[in-house]
Design a protein around this ligand. Structure first.
Ligand code: FES
Length: 131
């Protein structure tokens, strides 16, 4: 976490569930709340962040993971927060890889925590769509 990201990290990750992320935050903002707000898209849903947030901070202000492990499917939320461990790689909707802890979130940015097909299936389930 950079010195500009003043957020608290609750002490534990509560879930090893590899299904849709729960929308409870990992981080709670306690300072610098007056920075300019912006909107970005997390798994297709519009959410809020503040200018100067890293992508990792912006995502963990929304939920408890930034991605799922490509090996085990386990939730990952970054580890080092300084660009060294490679635990926070995310994908943009257009397929680019971004390291969440060293990328600033930008207005309108569109990022995925899981493959697009998994997100679409969860959305269909929530909406009661038949497959
Ligand atoms: S959290 Fe370690 S590289 Fe991003």
């Amino acid at each position: 976490m950079s010195s500009s990201d003043h957020a608290l990290m609750p002490s534990t990750l509560s879930s090893t569930n590899a299904t849709a992320p729960r929308r409870e935050p990992q981080f709670i903002r306690i300072a610098e709340t007056r920075r300019k707000p912006l909107r970005f898209f997390l798994d297709g849903q519009e959410v809020a962040a503040l200018q100067g947030d890293t992508l990792l901070t912006a995502v963990l202000m929304q939920q408890r993971r930034v991605r799922e492990s490509e090996f085990s499917g386990a939730p990952r939320a970054g580890f080092c927060l300084i660009g060294a461990c490679q635990d926070c790689w995310m994908r943009t909707e257009d397929g680019k890889r971004v390291r969440a802890c060293s990328t600033l979130v930008t207005e309108g940015m569109r990022v995925l925590t899981r493959p697009a097909a998994a997100i679409e299936a969860d959305t269909a389930d929530r909406n009661g769509d038949a497959r």
